[in-house]
Design a binder for this molecule. Structure first.
Ligand SMILES: CC(=O)N[C@H]1[C@@H](OP(=O)(O)OP(=O)(O)OC[C@H]2O[C@@H](n3ccc(=O)[nH]c3=O)[C@H](O)[C@@H]2O)O[C@H](CO)[C@@H](O)[C@@H]1O
Ligand SMILES: C=C(OP(=O)(O)O)C(=O)O
Length: 421
């Protein structure tokens, strides 16, 4: 059992090194398995639990993988991929397991998905993925929790997503890359991580156009080859560090090439946080009291649902009433009860939350219900009086690399503990 212990009150100051993006590296590991020969090299890999699970899953299907932690580099040789089974004990531990299906379909003609995990956020369907595979010519059998997808060659088609699913778009692009003919994906996701995956696939030899427009066209090719690719920075990790500076009255330099916080920056600016781009470094500081804010989560370029939880902590520390409308996941508000244990005043009504600030926060024993509620509680701990203990730290480690060490280097009083219970 991993837990985080945070003693609040220290302002964070210094240089924060932003990790590579979890939601880009996971599809890239899936994409690496599409190359039947050669070795793929991924750089700027975040050393997070989801990456460790993805490595285990790639090994389970027969790939040879080296994770060089200190170099943040993955080397993947997928030439011996031989098992179509994504075993439950690994696949159920992270959402990214779903991103291995296209490679197995192309390489082995079938994928047996024994389970898909990920954050517990209410309903998280996969119907767009499976309907898309069917349109491309696959047969999909759903037997209770096991999904069996079979295809002896896929053929391009026109696909439509009811909502622009992030992993759904990535999976259907990967499925279309080696299909015969042309595939059009309408209402495709626009997230920067999807564009980074398209960049990598394009280097591998894929013919993809329209990334970032919502209408993606893929011309199928005969084969894809192994390449080297550097994972983009994690805008969610960057957002969390910016918020940590904001709520502790600190000052941070965020280092991570080409970092763009988009709407999160604008919302934090409305709250009184100051940003200044200094070449490749994003400087963030906050001196005065925070103002309240309204947030509506949406697919990119809207406010990312993954940053809604940490933003709830920031809102609890703002002077006045903030309003949050969660439009992507129906189970994202488990955080409210935990923040209230620390003295916040958050009232939830369906998909809406009202946060009445500012109430002083006091350290408490709290529970992370998912990755983002976990990191939101770490933020609350940084601003609270006394000690906050957060279980289960594993959920935080799913998405943030070396969190305690990186925050301690900035002056935070935070430890990561491992216990038997
Ligand atoms: C590994 C990864 O990249 N995870 C991210 C990805 O998750 P993920 O790709 O699972 O999220 P989606 O974009 O697919 O889901 C968005 C919404 O669409 C619904 N939906 C999705 C697919 C489907 O087949 N049917 C369906 O109804 C979901 O229930 C949800 O309400 O995008 C989410 C939304 O930005 C982020 O919170 C996750 O961090
Ligand atoms: C929901 C998230 O991740 P996943 O899709 O991997 O569960 C997240 O990163 O907040």
């Amino acid at each position: 059992m991993v837990r985080y212990r945070v003693r609040g009150g220290n302002a964070l100051r210094g240089t924060a090194f932003i990790q590579g993006a979890k939601n880009a590296v996971l599809p890239m590991i899936g994409a690496a398995l599409l190359a039947a020969t050669g070795r793929t090299v991924l750089r700027n890999v975040p050393i997070i639990e989801d990456v460790r699970r993805a490595v285990e899953l790639a090994e389970a299907v027969g790939a040879y993988v080296e994770l060089h932690e200190s170099e943040r580099t993955l080397v993947i040789d997928a030439s011996r991929v031989s098992s179509p089974v994504l075993p439950a004990e690994i696949a159920r531990r992270f959402r990214g397991s779903v991103l291995f299906t296209p490679a197995l379909l192309h390489r082995l003609g079938e994928a047996i998905v024994e389970g898909v995990g990920g954050c517990n956020l209410g309903s998280r369907n996969l119907d767009f993925h499976y309907l898309g595979y069917k349109r491309l010519g696959a047969i999909v059998d759903e037997e209770e929790t096991v999904i069996h997808v079979k295809a002896s060659g896929l053929t391009g088609a026109t696909l439509y997503l009811d909502t622009p699913s992030h992993t759904g778009t990535e999976n259907l692009i990967m499925a279309a890359c080696l299909a015969k003919g042309t595939t059009v994906i309408e209402n495709a996701a626009l997230e920067p991580e999807v564009l980074d995956v398209i960049d990598m696939l394009t280097k591998m030899g894929a013919r993809i156009s329209g990334g970032g427009t919502g209408f993606i066209t893929v011309e199928g090719v005969e084969e894809l080859h192994a390449v080297e690719h550097t994972v983009m920075p994690d805008r969610l990790d960057a957002g969390v560090f910016a918020m940590a500076a904001a709520i502790t009255g600190g000052e941070l330099n965020l280092v991570g090439t080409g970092l763009d916080l988009g709407v999160v920056r604008y919302k934090l600016e409305q709250m009184g946080v100051e940003f200044a781009r200094q070449g490749a470094v994003l400087h963030v500081r906050c001196e005065g009291p925070l103002r309240p804010i309204n947030i509506i989560t949406d697919t990119y370029p809207g406010f990312a649902t993954d940053l809604q939880s940490p933003m709830m902590t920031v809102a609890a520390l703002a002077e006045g009433t903030s309003y949050i409308h969660e439009r992507i996941f129906d189970g994202r508000f488990a955080l409210a009860g935990e923040l209230n244990k620390m003295g916040a005043n958050v009232e939830v009504d369906g998909s809406r939350a009202v946060v009445r600030g500012r109430t002083p926060l006091t350290g408490a024993q709290v529970t992370a219900h998912d990755l983002r509620s976990g990191i939101a509680l770490v933020l609350a701990g940084l601003a609270a009086e006394g000690e906050t203990v957060i279980d289960s730290g594993y959920l935080i480690d799913r998405g943030h690399a070396h969190l305690a060490a990186r925050m301690r280097a900035l002056g935070a009083d935070i430890t990561r503990e491992i216990s038997e219970h």
